[in-house]
Design a protein around this ligand. Structure first.
Ligand SMILES: NC(=O)C1=CN([C@@H]2O[C@H](COP(=O)(O)OP(=O)(O)OC[C@H]3O[C@@H](n4cnc5c(N)ncnc54)[C@H](OP(=O)(O)O)[C@@H]3O)[C@@H](O)[C@H]2O)C=CC1
Ligand SMILES: N[C@@H](CC=O)C(=O)O
Length: 812
C-alpha cells in the first residue's frame, strides 16, 4: 500500500488534474494506492471569505459561491467527455446548493461558528476528490472514493481537531483493504464524535495523507506539490537554492516550522512513528528526484541541511533587576502569552537572568505586548521591571541540520558570514539538540543573510562579489577590461562570481543588481540617470547586496566623501583615489576604524606606487613587529618619466604632455609637477608606518617657477614652455656632474620631505627606468641594505591591476 497526496496547485485546473490521474494510475500499477487531494488552489480561502462575508451581512458571498461553482463545473467539462459529464455536474450542483444554504443560514444568523466554518471549508476537498474520482471513472480506472469524515475520528476542536488514532486506524484499515487498486479520499476533513465535520488545520491534507499512511503501514508516502522537493533555502530569495536529496524527519520538521512551506509540520508525526519513507515530488516535473524524508539520511559535508526564514516577527524583551534570582517570571510571561493564544516562536534568556526575550509573529505582537504589560503591571510600576521593550520588522533566519551536533565552528561561520555583510544579529537561539541555530535579524536583511549563509554552507564552490566602479576614465576603463577578461578564470579557479553591478562617471550612473554586461557597459552607463552620488549610494545600500565592494577610480573629493557611509554599512571600499587617505588625519583614521568596526575593508594599495605592493609590504613588516626608521623613494611615475626623457632636445612641456598622453599624470597634471601627488604618497606611507602626520607637515621643495601655477591647465603648459631655460638649467647642472634628476620623497625622524635631487651613479634611485617608482624601507630588520620595491609606478594597465588585486582582497 502507498499513499499519494496532491496539493491545491496539482488539482487547480482540468489540465493539471490529468497529470494527477496519470500519476495515480501509474502508482496503482505498482501497488494499491490511496490518493488524497486538497481543494482546488485558492478554493479554501474563497470559502472562508464567503462565510465571513455572509456573517458580516455582506451579500457578495453569493458572487464568491457562484464563481466557485463555475470553476468546478468548468473543471468537470475539461476533465470528462461530454457523455460522462451529467452525473458529475449534478454532484457539483448539489454540493454547491448545500454550500449556498449553509451560507444563507450564516447570513440570516449573522454568525459564523467554528463548527459551521469547518463544514463550509470542508466542501473544497469534498468537491476536488469527487472530481478526481469522476476523472478516474471516465477513464475506466477501477477506484473507490473514501469519505475521510467517516474514517478519521477527532475531538470537537473545530478548526484544529485532534485525531483519535485508536479509533481512526481500524476504520482506515477496514476501508482501504486493497481490494481495489486505487482509493481517492478528501484531505483536510475529519469527523467529530457527533458526526459533524472537523478540519485538521491549514495544510491538513498532508496530515490526512500521513494518517492514512500510518494506519495502513504504507511502504511510502508521496506528497506531490509544485516544487521539486524541499529546497536548501527559499528559491524566491536564493537563486542558487537546490532541492535537498535526503533529509531526516527531524530536519524536515524544523525546516517546515521555519517557513519551508512544502510540508505541513504535523504530517511527519504519523509516518515518523513507523519509519515510513516520505517523498516530496513535483507534479509538474515528475522526473525530478524530489526529496526523500527518512530516518537517517547520509551526512553532508556542510552538516547543514537547509536554511529557513520566517517573518515578520516582533521581539519582546522583559528586563529588570527584579528578575534576577526570582523564580516564576518566565512561567508568568508564558502563561500570559498562552492565555492570549500567542505562539512563541523563539526564546532567549541570558544566564544573568536580567532579561528574557521572546519572538512572536507580528500579527500576534499587540496581544502579546498587552498580555505581558498587564501581567507585570505591578512590577513595572514599582520599578522592578522596565516596561516591555518591543522591536518590529524583524525576521528569524535559521540553519537546520541534525549533523551540526557536536561539530564546532558552525555557529562561528554563521555569525562571521553575517557580520562581514553588516547583518546585525538581534537575538540568537540554539537548543542543546543543536538541530537549529536561529538568529533574529532585520526583516530587510533577510535576502542578503540567506544568500550569504547559502554561499557559506552550500556553495563552498562559488561566492558572489558585487562591485561598483566610480570612474571609468584612463584607469577605470582598463579595470573593467581586466575584470571582463578575468571573470571566467575567477569563477573557475577562485570560485568567485565577480559581477559589476554599478558604474559612474562625472555625468551619469547605472545600477543593476543582476550585474552589467561588461562587453556593453558604455551603452548601459549612457542610458543611466544623471549622476547623483547620494542617489547612487542610497540605491546601492537599498539593494542590500552581499559582499559589495565600492571602487573609487576617480580623483574626486566628493566621491571620497561617500566612503564613511558605505563602510558603516559593511560595504568594502577600494580607493585608487588618494584624496581620502591623504585628507585630515582624523578622517583617514576614522575610515580605517569604520572598516574595522563594521567588519569590512578600506584598501588603497594603488595610492602609492600604482600596482606595486608598497603599502601591503609596509603593513606586513609592521604586523610582524618590525619598525620603520627611514624611507626614501621615487613615487612619481610622471616625474620619473619626465626626468628620464628630458635632456633639452625636446621641450620640457612636450615631455610632460607625453606623460599625460600615456596616462601617467593625475587628471590634473599640475598635481604631479608641483610635487603634491608625491607629498600625498609619502604622507600616506608615514601614516601607514604609524605616524599621524598632516599634509602641511610634509616639506615640499618645489622646482616649478611660481608662474606655472597661475591659471588653468592650458596656461600651465604655456608657462612650462615659457620657462624652458629654467628646466634646461636644472638638467644641465645635474648632467654636468654625471648625475640624474630625481624627485625624491623621504621620511626620517618623523619628518617627511619631497623635492628635486641630483643623484649620482651607484645611488639606489639612479638607475630607474621610464615611469619607474622605487621605495627603500630602512627598518629595525633592514638596517644596512634597505628592502627595495621597484617597478612601473604609473600607467593605466598596472594601476588597474593593483585595484583589481585590492578588489580580490576585499572579496575575501
Ligand atoms: N594614472 C595612474 O597611473 C594612476 C592613477 N591613480 C589614480 O586613479 C584615479 C583616476 O585616474 P585616471 O583614470 O587617470 O583619471 P581620468 O581623468 O582618466 O578618469 C577619472 C574618471 O572619474 C570620473 N569622475 C570624475 N568625477 C567624478 C564624480 N564626482 N563622480 C563619478 N565619477 C567621476 C570621470 O568621469 P568623466 O569621464 O565624466 O570626466 C572619469 O571617468 C586618480 O585618483 C589617480 O590619482 C592612482 C595610481 C596611478
Ligand atoms: N600621477 C601619478 C600616478 C600614480 O599615482 C604618478 O605619476 O605617479
Amino acid at each position: 500500500m502507498q499513499v499519494l497526496k496532491f496539493g491545491g496547485s496539482s488539482v487547480a485546473t482540468a489540465e493539471n488534474m490529468f497529470r494527477v490521474l496519470n500519476l495515480a494510475e501509474a502508482a496503482a500499477r505498482h501497488a494499491p494506492t490511496v490518493v488524497v487531494v486538497s481543494a482546488l488552489g485558492g478554493v479554501t480561502d474563497a470559502l472562508i471569505a464567503a462565510g465571513r462575508r455572509a456573517a458580516a451581512a455582506d451579500g457578495s458571498y453569493r458572487d464568491l459561491l457562484r464563481e466557485l461553482e463555475l470553476r468546478h463545473l468548468e473543471a468537470v467539462r475539461g476533465l470528462l467527455p461530454l457523455t460522462g459529464q451529467s452525473a458529475a455536474l449534478s454532484l457539483i450542483k448539489t454540493n454547491c446548493n448545500e454550500l449556498e444554504s449553509l451560507c444563507d443560514g450564516v447570513f440570516a444568523l449573522g454568525e459564523l461558528s467554528a463548527r459551521t466554518l469547518d463544514r463550509l471549508v470542508g466542501y473544497g476537498e469534498l468537491l476536488s476528490s469527487r472530481l478526481v474520482a469522476a476523472g478516474l471513472g471516465a477513464r475506466g480506472t477501477a477506484h473507490q472514493w473514501l469519505d475521510s469524515r467517516q474514517l478519521i475520528r477527532t475531538d470537537a476542536r473545530y478548526g484544529h481537531a485532534t485525531v483519535d488514532f485508536a479509533a481512526t486506524n481500524p476504520l482506515i484499515q477496514a476501508a482501504a483493504t486493497g481490494e481495489v487498486a486505487l482509493y481517492v479520499a478528501p484531505g483536510f476533513v475529519a469527523g467529530a464524535p457527533d458526526g459533524t465535520t472537523t478540519t485538521l488545520g491549514r495544510g491538513g491534507s498532508d496530515y490526512t495523507a500521513a494518517i492514512f499512511a500510518g494506519a495502513l503501514g504504507a511502504e511510502k508516502l508521496e506528497i506531490w506539490t509544485d516544487v521539486s522537493g524541499m529546497m536548501t533555502a527559499d528559491p524566491r530569495l536564493v537563486r542558487a537554492a537546490r532541492p535537498i536529496a535526503r533529509i531526516s524527519y527531524q530536519e524536515a520538521m524544523e525546516l517546515s516550522h521555519f517557513g519551508a512551506k512544502v510540508l505541513y509540520p504535523p504530517t511527519i508525526q504519523p509516518v515518523m512513528k513507523s519509519g515510513i519513507p516520505l517523498w516530496i515530488k513535483n507534479t509538474f516535473a515528475p522526473e525530478d528526484a524530489g526529496t526523500l524524508v527518512e530516518v537517517a539520511p547520509p551526512a553532508n559535508q556542510a552538516f547543514v541541511r537547509g536554511i529557513s526564514s520566517i517573518g515578520p516577527v516582533a521581539l519582546l524583551r522583559l528586563e529588570g533587576s527584579g528578575m534576577v534570582g526570582v523564580p516564576g517570571f518566565s512561567r508568568r510571561l508564558f502563561a500570559a502569552l498562552a492565555r492570549e493564544q500567542v505562539n512563541v516562536i523563539l526564546i532567549t534568556q541570558s544566564s544573568s537572568e536580567h532579561s528574557i526575550c521572546v519572538a512572536v509573529s507580528t500579527p500576534d505582537a499587540d496581544r502579546a505586548q498587552h498580555a505581558a504589560d498587564q501581567e507585570f503591571a505591578a512590577e513595572i510600576s514599582s520599578g522592578l521591571l522596565d516596561p516591555l521593550d518591543r522591536e518590529d520588522e524583524l525576521a528569524i533566519v535559521a540553519l537546520v541540520g541534525e549533523q551540526m551536533k557536536n561539530h564546532p565552528g558552525i555557529s562561528g561561520r554563521m555569525f562571521g558570514a553575517l557580520g562581514q555583510n553588516g547583518v546585525n544579529i538581534r537575538a540568537i537561539a540554539q537548543g542543546s539538540s543543536e538541530k537549529n541555530i536561529s538568529t533574529v535579524i532585520r526583516q530587510q536583511d533577510v535576502r542578503k543573510a540567506i544568500n550569504v549563509l547559502h554561499e557559506t554552507f552550500f556553495e563552498a564552490t562559488t561566492r558572489q562579489v558585487n562591485v561598483v566602479v566610480a570612474g571609468v576614465g584612463n584607469v577605470g576603463r582598463k579595470l573593467l577590461e581586466q575584470l571582463a577578461r578575468q571573470q571566467p578564470w575567477l569563477r573557475e579557479k577562485l570560485r568567485l562570481n565577480l559581477r559589476v553591478v554599478g558604474l559612474a562617471n562625472s555625468r551619469q550612473f547605472v545600477l543593476d543588481e543582476n550585474g552589467l554586461d561588461l562587453t556593453n557597459w558604455e551603452a548601459a552607463l549612457a542610458a543611466g540617470p544623471a549622476l547623483d552620488l547620494d542617489q547612487l549610494t542610497t540605491s546601492l545600500l537599498a539593494l542590500n547586496l552581499r559582499n559589495t565592494v565600492f571602487v573609487d577610480v576617480t580623483a574626486s573629493p566628493t566621491v571620497a566623501q561617500t566612503y564613511a557611509g558605505l563602510l558603516a554599512r559593511s560595504v568594502a571600499v577600494v580607493a585608487c583615489n588618494k584624496v581620502a587617505a591623504s585628507s585630515e588625519y582624523a578622517q583617514y583614521a576614522r575610515l580605517k576604524a569604520l572598516a574595522q568596526e563594521f567588519n569590512t575593508q578600506f584598501l588603497f594599495e594603488t595610492n602609492v606606487g600604482a600596482g606595486l605592493p608598497v603599502i601591503g609590504t609596509l603593513n606586513d613588516l609592521l604586523r610582524s613587529g618590525d619598525e620603520v626608521q627611514r624611507m626614501q623613494a621615487v613615487l612619481s611615475g610622471t616625474l620619473n618619466f619626465v626626468f628620464n626623457n628630458y635632456d633639452g632636445t625636446r621641450p620640457f612641456a612636450e615631455v610632460v604632455r607625453q606623460a599625460q598622453a600615456e596616462g601617467y599624470t593625475e587628471p590634473d597634471p599640475r598635481l604631479d609637477l608641483t610635487g603634491t601627488d608625491v607629498a600625498r604618497k609619502i604622507l600616506i606611507l608615514a601614516r601607514e608606518a604609524g605616524y599621524p602626520l598632516e599634509m602641511p607637515d610634509v616639506e615640499n621643495d618645489p622646482f616649478l617657477p611660481a608662474a606655472c601655477l597661475e591659471g588653468d591647465v592650458p596656461a600651465f603648459y604655456e608657462q612650462l614652455a615659457a620657462h624652458e631655460a629654467h628646466f634646461k638649467g636644472l638638467y644641465d647642472a645635474a648632467a654636468n656632474q654625471g648625475k640624474k634628476l630625481r624627485f625624491v620623497a623621504s621620511f626620517e625622524n618623523g619628518q617627511a620631505r619631497v623635492g628635486l635631487q641630483s643623484v649620482a651613479p651607484g645611488h639606489d634611485l639612479y638607475s630607474l627606468q621610464g615611469k619607474d617608482n622605487a621605495v627603500l624601507f630602512y627598518t629595525n630588520r633592514y638596517v644596512e641594505q634597505p628592502l627595495v620595491i621597484k617597478g612601473a609606478g604609473a600607467g593605466a594597465e598596472v594601476t588597474a591591476s593593483g585595484v583589481f588585486a585590492d578588489v580580490l582582497r576585499a572579496a575575501h
